[in-house]
Structure formats: C-alpha cells, structure tokens
Design a protein around this ligand. Structure first.
Ligand SMILES: O=C(O)CCC(=O)C(=O)O
Length: 270
C-alpha cells in the first residue's frame, strides 16, 4: 500500500489520518494476541487505573509481523520513508479520560504513532480526539497547544475545545504525528488499544541526539532495550532494517533504567 499525494498532504497539514477497516481481516487474531499478552503478563486490569505493557507487539511473534504487513509497512513508509525506525509501542487498557496532551514535541526528525483501537468507540464512549494542525512546529506558539488549560484560558471545558473526534471500529487504524494534541473523553474502564511508534531514519547528529533522547524515555518502563528478543530473533532482513539504527543507539538505556528501578515503585503506566 502507498498513500496518495492527497493523504500525505492531509497528514502534513492536519497531523493525522484515519484508515477505516484497514486491518479488518486481521483484527480477530490481533485481539486474540492482545488478550494473550495481558493474560500472560500477570497484570490484572482492575479498572481503577491504566494498565500498560511496553513494548507491546514485541510480546507475540505473530503480532510482531504487523511491522511486515504490507498495509502497515506501506502506511508508515509513505509518511516516514522505507527505512523508518521502529521504536516500540504500548498496549493498554485505558480507564477514563486521557485529557489533552501530545507525545512530546519534536522540532527535529519526524515521529509517528500508529494506533489500533480494539473496541467500537464513538464520541460518547472514548474515541480518539485530535486538534488538527496542533503538531506543526511553525505554529508552536499557537495557544491550542495549551488545551489542558481550556477553562482558565477560554472559559470552556476540555471537551469543548474545537477538535475532530475519530470514531473507530475494530480493524480501523489511526496514525498521527507525536506532536499532535490528542485526548479521549467518556471511555469506560477497559478501553483496549495498542500502538506502534516509529520515526524517520536519522541522517544528522542532531537527529541522532533526538533519537537517543527518545530512547532514554524507555527508562521509565524499566527497559534495557527498545525491542524484545522475539522481535529481533524473528526479524527478516527487511524488518531488521527498521530495528538496526535504534539498536545502535540504545547503549545508554540500561544505566538509566537501573536508576529508574531504584527511584520508582513500579514501571510507568504510560
Ligand atoms: O486513546 C486515548 O485516550 C489517547 C491515546 C494516547 O494518549 C496516546 O496513545 O498517546
């Protein structure tokens, strides 16, 4: 699959794309693997707070193959280039609202999240919401990025901030720029979702530094490497191309994780 010029322009302008039914043939086994991973993890989701497993697709050999899937590989390659880096991702049972936030703000490099929501979600039941355009570094000072302070800034609730609500069915895929402001409201206490994080291959020292900073963020999950052994040992040469640059730049992670293990009561939940 290759994205059209219009889809790419939409992504650049608004920061996200929704692909209804892109994985509808596969979603049965995807949900099966999602449930197996949580069952094997020993984590019991009691609905009081988010449960999170990182990296996620890495836990099951079959789920790792999403990276090789022509639709997923084509989607990511179209946006980031064919030699994109795979950065891991999280699998979640979400509880309640996530409120407005972005996944950092990169002015160097290009960082993409591909999200799979495994339950039917509407605007009233916790679908993903986005503020179109809020990813753009050229609009960095735009107050929409302060949407969490909606009541102080504009006298409205967070839910009333102008946005697009992306209602999804299992088998849909949503992709968005890490910089994009996003949230969900009205979800129940067991909203299933997992992600694949990627970035464009780094070409310059500052891009490498940005990648190493992203990798350092893995310490809060107490991880010594960004990918699992399953992901690496079952990788074809073409998948390995998406792993190798990250593997070459994660040497600082074990020491950071050791420190995090001493300072935190448990690994982060997101
Ligand atoms: O579905 C949601 O609540 C938002 C997901 C999210 O915040 C994320 O993946 O970064």
């Amino acid at each position: 699959m290759k994205l059209s010029q219009q889809q790419l322009q939409f992504f650049e302008t608004f920061g996200y794309l929704h692909f209804p039914g892109l994985m509808k043939e596969e979603v049965g086994w995807i949900i099966e693997d999602f449930e197996t991973i949580f069952a094997n993890s020993g984590q019991v989701h009691d609905g009081t707070q988010r449960s999170c497993i990182v990296p996620f697709i890495d836990q099951q050999e079959r789920l790792c193959t999403l990276l090789d899937h022509p639709s997923i590989d084509g989607l990511i390659s179209s946006i980031l280039g064919e030699d994109f880096n795979y950065l891991g991702g999280d699998g979640n049972y979400y509880t309640g609202d996530t409120r407005w936030h972005s996944d950092g703000f990169h002015t160097i490099g290009k960082y993409l999240k591909v999200a799979f929501y495994l339950d039917p979600l509407t605007a009233n039941t916790g679908c993903l919401r986005v503020i179109p355009g809020s990813h753009r570094p050229d609009l960095e000072g735009w107050q929409a990025r302060q949407a969490r302070e909606a009541s102080e800034l504009w006298g409205i609730s967070q839910l009333e901030v102008p946005h697009a609500a992306l209602e999804t069915q299992p088998g849909d895929v949503v992709a968005f720029n890490h910089n994009l402001m996003h949230s969900s409201f009205g979800g129940d206490t067991a909203r299933r979702m997992f992600t694949i994080n990627c970035c464009a291959r780094c070409e310059t020292p500052v891009e490498i530094e940005e990648l190493e900073n992203f990798v350092a963020g893995g310490a809060r999950f107490w991880k010594d490497q960004m990918h699992s052994e399953i992901m690496r040992s079952t990788a074809s040469p073409s998948r390995m191309r998406h792993l190798e640059q990250v593997m070459a730049h994660e040497g600082h992670l074990p020491a950071l994780s050791a420190k995090a293990r001493q300072e935190m009561a448990e690994p982060a939940r997101g």
